[in-house]
Design a protein around this ligand. Sequence first.
Ligand code: 1CP
Length: 354
Amino acid sequence: TPGPTPSAAPSAAVRDSAFLRACRREPVPHTPVWFMRQAGRSLPEYRKLREGIAMLDSCMMPDLITEITLQPVRRHKVDAAIFFSDIVVPLKAIGMDLDIKPGVGPVVAQPIRSKADLAQLRDLTPEDVPYVTEAVKQLTAELGGTPLIGFAGAPFTLASYLVEGGPSKNHEFTKAMMYGEPELWAALLDRLADITSQFLKVQIEAGASAVQLFDSWAGALSIADYRASVMPASAKVLASVASYDVPRIHFGVGTGELLGAMGEAGADVVGVDWRIPLDDAVRRIGPGKAVQGNLDPAVLFTPDATLRAKADEVLAAGRAAEGHIFNLGHGVLPNTDPERLTALVEHVHSASAR
Ligand code: 1CP
């Protein structure tokens, strides 16, 4: 049975783009490429626009979101745009007291440590995030044939910020709840799964043509703990948008041991960091999925010849996949020279031209 029809169905040009074709594991004219954190990291035109505007405020201003999202598409000619926002935006939108501190990241006023603290997490409705709907609509009009990727944080990664109260290296309070209070943990992840599902649906309904679920910190977990205590919530999110004709990308850092499970959770495309070669990742993930990745972002700091050789290694390993979307293994590093990113896009396109 056909799924729900988003109010803004993607154009034929978007549907036929190299990016969406690779997600669907169809033949492509060239390997599509985009970069995690391509918006709002290394671009001087981004820094200029953001002057005097706090990060979370900027995520609530449709015209600004649209312009920041378009900047890397214009400059680098990447094959997809990623919506400018942050994983904590839906939590802010339901009234949680949190902020994004410059140079730190998301910081939560009252960390979630008890059942009573769960009351901070109510359901998200489209009315909570009108600026997201508005910006996605503006973007799909402006982007022409370039697809727009919507995104959200996966329940585990969101839970880590909420339970720790901010960025964490060891995730000790988060894991303590997972191991010590399994019912509270399951309730928290289930709440977050519903909020995340709603946030993805808002973006899809407004016209996003793919979504990425960021479980950035899932690599901190053993495969057994991931399967038992985290995968069900992520699977709930991915299933909630399965009936849309929109590819689902599932990504985390340091997830070499989790790749199979992250695919099984309901991904069409599995994102891979730089720690394992893509052909190895393909064997771990199994058939029926595309892969995305996985150049070490530090390679952008090497001379041109090295950058091209390392990109060629990624392209060669990616040929083992039924579909390959070129990306970095994690986000663009803040001091990256934007001109190297443009050169990398050109190289990936010309070296992979069929
Ligand atoms: O003041 C500033 O400019 C803050 C810097 C910044 C920016 C530009 C933050 C704070 N978030 C963002 C935008 C953002 N966040 C995007 C934009 C679109 C793009 O990719 O270009 C995206 C996709 C995110 C998603 C995000 N936020 C993730 C998942 C992706 C990843 O990198 O793993 C995570 C973990 C966050 C949390 C977060 N927000 C900001 C920071 C510095 C962090 C990480 C903090 C930490 O280390 O825990």
